[in-house]
Design a protein around this ligand. Structure first.
Ligand code: ATP
Length: 487
């Protein structure tokens, strides 16, 4: 059709030129229209194999190389039986599984799991991110959805695979509730097309297609996407626990000369809340630090510094002036002293070397992972947070802006006490609690703790001054040096 129209157009222009008509405006018009058409075509075309780097699509990875996700791997393997034993499933009249949704925080290994699923089932693998489907031009997203399904089938046939896995990262970008993107029908059309393609998958298809979606906001997804027959298997991919972190550290230090492997146990204990991506970066940073130092092996202090770097950011060149340094030393000494008084042995180190957004910081000693807190434990944490500003106040008679973060942490913990029904308000529903009552209770909790913290600091002002002077001189105090000063 396209060819006939183009051919007839050219013939008409030649004919008009022959009979003496000025064809220049027609030719210009044709060039503009042609250019626009070509542009729109290219907008729709994406080589999905190349999207996000060829690594994402091609390098083979197995489930053994993914740490701390045993439950997720088990659930995923169960779901993958639908691809592995497709004939048995067809004979039993079971409808094929079309979509699996991986839900979890960033960097926990969702992409790795999808890639491992492809090699586990010998499927062709194609990856894309939800944002790659969304363009400002109407219809482009829907076209790309059709294209990715087509490409997946082609790739499977080329690789002689019986199945193909399409991995869509950031599924929430294209799968958000319809109508939630104000005035943007393009999102809705793209999602509709995905649903149409998924509904079109049948048990007789060869190659079979499985969609694996990943998101950290399952609550944002359109209910239509989650209904049975679409993404009806959800696999939670959470942050790893201590044993999981140890396993991930093992994986990412396999090719690195670690001097004492038992140090990794300590590192795993000290990294509660780290994702797999954080741990990979930590192992990498430790190796960089060792190399910069000219060390042939990775030692404990390289790992500890790498933890600080991953948590807080790079060391900064900015040098605070002498008065600021004194204030930061007093502030950090206050945090450390109260922490040590309330929980002996809890201070791992203290420094006034600026890093990331902080001019100084106190690192806590590694403890076992903790998921539940009593009121007393939360109160202790609030007191440690308040201690920095209060020690500045006792020493200099005023506070500084350096305590802003501490206060917001303290406020969050007070909120936690109220929400958990551990405040004097008793059991409350935070949504029904008047804002003023909530605010007054937070203030009440924090003021009482402020008084208790001030008392501890006042009674130990001599120690705070001693620790602050030493940290100003030595820049970093490790646990034994700190405890020696505290006595
Ligand atoms: P996002 O939600 O941001 O896309 P993701 O959950 O898909 O993140 P991945 O891209 O799979 O995370 O992980 C990023 C990198 O972090 C991996 O290449 C790997 O080096 C490391 N990593 C993450 N999780 C794990 C894990 N469980 N085991 C080993 N390495 C991991």
């Amino acid at each position: 059709m396209k060819e006939i129209a183009v051919g007839s157009g050219i013939a008409l222009v030649i004919f008009l030129a022959l009979i003496g008509v000025n064809v220049t405006p027609f030719v210009l018009f044709a060039v503009v229209i042609g250019g626009f058409y070509f542009f729109m075509q290219n907008q729709g075309q994406v080589k999905f194999d190349e999207v996000g780097g060829s690594n994402r699509a091609t390098s083979v990875i197995s489930f053994e190389e993914i740490g701390g996700q045993d439950t997720a791997i088990k659930e995923l393997k169960e779901a993958l039986q639908f691809l592995l034993h497709a004939d048995a499933i067809k004979n039993m009249g079971i409808r094929p599984l079309k979509g699996i949704l991986l839900v979890g925080p960033p960097g926990t290994g969702k992409t790795l799991l999808a890639r491992a699923a492809a090699s586990f089932t010998s499927s062709a693998f194609i990856a894309a991110s939800g944002s790659e489907f969304i363009e400002m031009y109407a219809g482009v997203g829907a076209k790309r959805i059709r294209q990715i399904f087509r490409d997946a089938r082609k790739k499977a046939m080329k690789e002689h695979s019986k199945s193909a896995i399409i991995f869509i990262d950031e599924l929430d970008v294209l799968g958000a509730r319809r109508g939630s993107h104000s005035g943007h029908m393009e999102y809705d059309q793209t999602l509709n097309q995905l649903l149409v393609e998924m509904d079109g998958i049948s048990k007789d298809d060869e190659p079979r297609i499985l969609i694996i979606g990943a998101t950290n906001r399952a609550d944002m997804l359109d209910p239509a996407i989650l209904r049975p027959g679409r993404f009806d298997r959800q696999v939670q991919v959470g942050l790893p626990d201590r044993v999981g972190r140890r396993r991930i550290l093992n994986i990412h230090t396999r090719n690195k000369p670690v001097e004492e492997p038992h140090v990794l146990e300590e590192v795993a204990r000290a990294t509660f809340g780290f994702s797999g991506a954080h741990l990979e970066s930590l192992a990498n940073e430790a190796a960089i630090l060792a190399m910069r130092e000219g060390s042939k092996t990775l030692q404990a202090h390289h790992f500890m510094e790498a933890i600080d770097k991953v948590m807080l950011g790079e060391k900064l060149d900015k040098k605070p002036n002498a008065a600021e340094l004194e204030r930061v030393s007093v502030h950090e000494s206050g945090h450390a002293l109260v922490s040590e008084m309330l929980d002996p042995g809890s201070v791992a180190s203290l420094t006034i070397i600026p890093r990331g957004g902080a001019l100084g910081f106190m690192r806590k000693s590694p403890r076992d992972d903790q998921y539940l807190y009593t009121r007393a434990e939360l109160e202790n944490q609030i007191m440690v947070s308040l201690a920095g500003a209060l020690s500045e106040e006792l020493r200099f008679g005023n506070r500084s802006t350096g305590a802003r973060n501490d206060f917001s942490q303290a406020w969050d913990m007070a909120r936690e006490i109220i929400e958990a029904g551990m405040s004097s308000l008793g059991i409350v529903n935070i949504d029904d609690l008047p804002a003023e009552a909530f605010y007054n209770e937070c203030r009440h909790i924090i003021s009482a703790l402020e008084e208790r913290t001030r008392e501890i600091l006042r009674n130990n002002l001599g120690i705070i001054n001693r620790v602050a002077e030493t940290v100003m001189e030595e820049e970093v105090l490790n646990q034994s040096r700190f405890q020696e000063l505290v006595g």
